[in-house]
Design a protein around this ligand. Structure first.
Ligand SMILES: Cc1ncc(C[n+]2csc(CCOP(=O)(O)OP(=O)(O)O)c2C)c(N)n1
Ligand SMILES: [Mg+2]
Length: 578
């Protein structure tokens, strides 16, 4: 979108009104994967462009799942919802995996699709004129993904465009945020737009965020002041810089260790004295108060849990995770509220009842010493190359590449113990739903959102192939979004075999040389795939070669502004990583 362009536009069709409204409402990009349903939008876009209207900039994405990941990546960095348009139910079907990830990560998005033309006779502009228009019809297109959308609607009349767009954007941006789905039948898009004014600003604004109930806040504040061994467990707490700051301040002021469990964002610097690593179960059993902050799964019951008399508090915009069918973690208080202000208010109140400063200081000092020791022990670093190329060593090498301006996107091979990332907004990981194929697109979306940053995207060989690599490398080149892709290539889906080993540790499958349903051999020459889109690719098989290869590849990204890929041939290992 060209922000300088005026927002005034005089639409003659619903499609023109739609594109002009997206521009007027500040939607910057329209991620698009077209079909026969796009004709009125294509025409409207061309006319709008010729008249100098402000409209979102189209981003052509050759696979829908990759496109959704890109929109996700853009919004995770900026917080601003973008739009995507795909081809009827078929394109929607290809996007659902990414949309489930976005829904479970509360990423606001206006996801739209055409709908097969409504009419058969041909009398109405946009009517069916292609054989696919019959077989592509759904009884209820929205039903496919309704479970994961906050709202869905089919545009029924040109007159509704403004209400539909404003309502969709307002609902997506209201907490808990998430994607919405709007279907756009071709005849409606092509229909004349009623000549009446439109509001220059959104006619419907997002709901104010849920604010914590004062009584519940006070209850948690008292619990916190009394607790001897409080523990914070978080996954998404570092979603915003404000939330990360609030959690850091809470941890500092009350000497609370913070475990990031399967984090999608970092709330604390990895080097913070209260950073208590990545595994909650060891500390959990001794805690007398657990604050699960934006944490859908604070522990795995099969691996442990809190003491029977510990108090458990869940904090976040939707602390019960109402959209999860089963979630039975004990809940003494569910403190509903957007994280940053809720945690900040909690701290204010708790400070009024705070234990003596000397007691807090001694707790802080002893925890800080413990956490520092654990951190040191868990880290091997990249100084000495090991005999075999492990994910741990590769993670340490990636860590050495990071600068102040680097954003890391991790689908999911990084061994977090090796990472040193001090500021929020520099680390993003895949959704708890785990729909593979997110990383490549998310990294490109993040680069689109933050062109001045250096993007390093770490994926397994499985995740790389799920990510639609030819589509992703195409977009990197076409949109000039250079990024460094590091493929942690163990020539298998290790997670799949790890699951077999966990259930049948002494089973027949555990004793086989080729793990069933888990090998990806012969492993493709991924470094060649990126070359097809003008990128630099290299394969590394020996530990000593890795660091120089990563440095060379990063240099290509930074200096030549070209995408680069390092195909790291790892040893096979089924050890569970952070
Ligand atoms: C769309 C989708 N299909 C299948 C899975 C199941 N799955 C979870 S992890 C995994 C393996 C991923 O392989 P890779 O990225 O190479 O990582 P590795 O496990 O080898 O470390 C698979 C297939 C999934 N999460 N999402
Ligand atoms: Mg693998």
């Amino acid at each position: 979108m060209k922000p300088g362009l005026p927002v005034e536009f005089r639409p003659e069709t619903a499609a023109e009104a739609y594109l002009g409204l997206l521009g007027a409402r500040g939607v910057e990009y329209l991620f698009a994967n077209g079909g026969t349903d796009f004709a009125p939008l294509a025409e409207a876009y061309a006319r709008g462009q010729s008249l100098g209207w402000r409209m979102p900039e189209p981003v052509i994405v050759p696979h829908e799942n990759m496109g959704v990941a890109m929109a996700h990546g853009y919004t995770m960095v900026t917080g601003r919802a973008q739009a995507m348009m795909v081809h009827v139910g078929m394109g929607t079907a290809n996007a659902i995996n990414g949309l489930i990830n976005a829904a479970r990560m509360n990423i606001p998005m206006l996801f739209t699709a055409g709908r097969t033309p409504l009419t058969e006779s041909g009398a109405v502009p946009g009517a069916r004129n292609n054989y696919i228009h019959w077989a592509q019809e759904h009884f209820d297109q929205g039903a496919m993904l309704r479970e994961f959308m906050k709202w869905d609607y089919e545009l029924k009349h040109a007159e509704q465009v403004e209400t539909a767009v404003d309502r969709a954007l307002a609902i997506a941006a209201s907490e808990p945020q998430g994607p919405v789905y709007l279907t756009l039948p071709r005849e409606i898009l092509a229909a004349a737009f009623p000549a009446r004014g439109m509001s220059s600003r959104a006619s419907i604004v997002a709901a104010s965020p849920p604010a914590a109930d004062p009584e519940a806040l006070e209850e948690v504040a008292r619990l916190l002041a009394r607790a001897q061994r409080p523990l914070v467990i978080t996954a998404n707490g570092g979603r915003t810089a404000e939330a990360a700051r609030a959690i850091t301040q809470l941890a500092e002021s009350f000497a609370i260790p913070v475990v990031h469990y399967r984090p999608r964002y970092f709330a604390l610097s990895t080097e913070h004295p209260m950073h208590a690593g990545w595994e909650p179960h060891a500390r959990l059993k001794d805690a007398d108060l657990v604050l699960a902050i934006e944490c859908d799964v604070p522990w795995i019951p099969a691996q442990g849990g809190p003491a029977p008399d510990a108090k458990i508090v869940h904090i976040g915009p939707d602390p019960l995770y109402a959209r999860y069918p089963l979630r039975g973690f004990r809940t003494d208080v569910a403190l509903a509220g957007v994280t940053a202000p809720t945690v900040a208010r909690l701290l204010e109140r708790a400070l009024k009842h705070a234990p003596a400063a000397a007691a807090l200081k001694s707790r802080f000092d002893s925890l800080a010493a413990q956490c520092a020791t654990e951190r040191r022990k868990a880290r091997a670093g990249a100084a000495a190359a090991p005999a075999a190329l492990s994910a741990k060593y590769a993670s340490a090498c990636v860590n050495r590449l990071l600068g102040e301006d680097t954003i890391v996107v991790n689908e999911y091979p990084l061994v977090l113990e090796e990472m040193e990332i001090r500021t929020s907004g520099h680390y993003f990981a895949s959704a708890p739903a785990g729909g593979l194929g997110w990383g490549l697109g998310a990294a490109l979306g993040a680069k689109l959102a933050a062109p001045g940053k250096t993007l390093v995207c770490c994926v397994g060989d499985g995740a790389y192939m799920f990510g639609n690599p030819t589509a992703a490398h195409f977009v990197s080149e076409s949109m000039q979004l250079p990024a460094l892709f590091v493929v942690f290539n163990n020539a298998r889906w290790a997670a799949v075999h790890r699951a077999t080993l966990a259930m049948y540790p002494k089973g027949v499958a555990a004793a086989t040389k080729q793990p069933p349903f888990a090998t990806l051999e012969p492993s493709p020459r991924f470094e060649k795939v990126i070359e097809a889109s003008g990128g630099y690719g290299v394969r590394v098989a020996r530990p000593a070669e890795l660091m120089p290869a990563l440095e060379r590849a990063l240099n290509v990204v930074k200096e030549e502004k070209r995408q680069a890929l390092v195909n790291v041939q790892l040893e096979a290992s089924y050890v569970k990583t952070s």
